[in-house]
Design a protein around this ligand. Sequence first.
Ligand code: ATP
Ligand code: MG
Ligand code: MG
Ligand code: MG
Length: 565
Amino acid sequence: MRLSRYYIPTLKEDPADAEVVSHKLLMRAGMIRKLTSGIYNYLPLGLRSINKVATIVREEMDRAGAMEVLMPMVQPADLWVETGRWDYYGKELLRLNDRNGRDYCLGPTHEEVITDLVRGEINSYKQLPVNLYQIQTKFRDEIRPRFGLMRGREFIMKDAYSFDKDEEGAEKSYFEMFEAYKKAFSRIGLRFKPVQADSGAIGGDFSHEFMVLADTGEDTIASCLSCEFGANLEKAKVAAPAGEDMTNADCPAIEEVDTPGQHTVEEVCKYLGVDPSKLVKTLLFVVDDEPVAALVRGDRELNDIKLRNLVGGNEIELADEELVKKLTNAPVGFAGPSGLDKDVPIYADHELCAATDWVAGANKGDTHVKHLSLGRDCTIEKFADLRVIEPTDPCPECGGKIEFTKGIEVGHVFKLGVKYSEKMEATFLDENGKPKPLIMGCYGIGVSRIMASAIEQNNDENGCCFPPSIAPFEVCLIALGGKDQAVTDKAEELYSSIKGLGVDAAYDDRKERPGVKFAEADLIGYPMQLVLGGKGLKNGIVEAKDRKTGEKIELPLDGFVEAFT
Ligand code: ATP
Ligand code: MG
Ligand code: MG
Ligand code: MG
């Protein structure tokens, strides 16, 4: 590709709103442009890199036996009503109406659509297993879109969904995806770690997140230095071994808070400044028998969380803005006695969790805050067992030393079980002719987030140092001929031979000063720069620079092809 005809609008300065290095560099290197908050244009160079990520992901999905489909981005509300997520999903779901006033949403994920797609078609165990995937634009109205492509509202995701006839098959499908993810991330050249993101051992479901190790990551990972153990700290408490189920005897405070008159929902709402008629769910955190903080979820407003100290009315550190930010950014799941999605754990700041003895809740229509009933089959019970892993704690698996690092979630594999198939009546006939719900798994990869993560891991003061597998171009040939026609001619010749080798090469044939060309090549981060100038031509050499190490070697112009390969 000749850069004289290429569109690369570079910037001299970091954009004011860019906090992390990938955001700054993607903007400065002319790879992305912001349209509006959390929504970006992908420019030619950026799209090349994203397409390379997508190609690797696609190849590994295909190799693992998954089949590519493309589902619609606009989804009818009816399907979401069937699974209960129309109410549950909250504000991250962008809802819209058509001309007839019917409800739709922009797909943040596709469990409903895929389950609807197969429920009419898969009727027999003989058709199983099946794994379908797509690479597509998702929309999530993130409460705090930031860090450029890292947390966009519109972003590109690969999502796969597996369907199996039994637990054994579902587990096999899960680990096939797990292995495919490892291959894909290794090929891309990321330093990553799969960690437990367990949502509790409920119904045998489990999940792992794939974390790219980077200081700018929003997640904290606990990793064992002696074994493979790793867990997302927000979820590490769940990964720790669960104890016995909580009983009344373990919760001396239950009676007190459950006493009518002690804490009415009205009172809590007033305190928190929320409209009680909008209230869906409340959680109350109790420390030393005192309710110290509450999280309230308003109608459909998963992210509208208020956290206040309920003791004495003054805001204590639990109401500290940083903490609220952290909480509102976390996928907070709320529970009430009348129902909790099985795979939605309760998340909260881990200090708060550590201090919390137990949790109480209220549902819409309740007058009093109640303790959550025990023995029930819902995640909330597990809350009593949650144990936060502290830096001083031994590894729950081998007793080794735990290290904490920051990570970026680039992939997530999830064994769903029958959560969606049961609600949506997606059944098949088993070997005995008996109808059974399909056993599902879902598997996501943040394709656009990966490009940003790769830059977070590979950059220096001069710009990006792309891993070759996903660099916009692998090589940039820089001609420093100026008016010297002999250099230009030789560069043209070199460019043809490089292209002839099937190398993905850019050719900087612009009439720019050498300094400008070098700076831009460093900024964009082509893994290799080939520099041809008048002196080199005279000496019969072209200089090859490794962007990452800065190492330079001279290649002979005579026999270039042999030397280059
Ligand atoms: P996060 O914890 O970062 O909000 P998530 O757990 O909500 O991510 P999943 O539902 O697991 O995301 O989606 C699968 C993958 O999609 C994630 O692992 C991540 O790589 C990517 N992803 C999710 N949200 C975003 C976003 N807002 N911008 C870019 N990529 C995203
Ligand atoms: Mg999220
Ligand atoms: Mg996550
Ligand atoms: Mg996830």
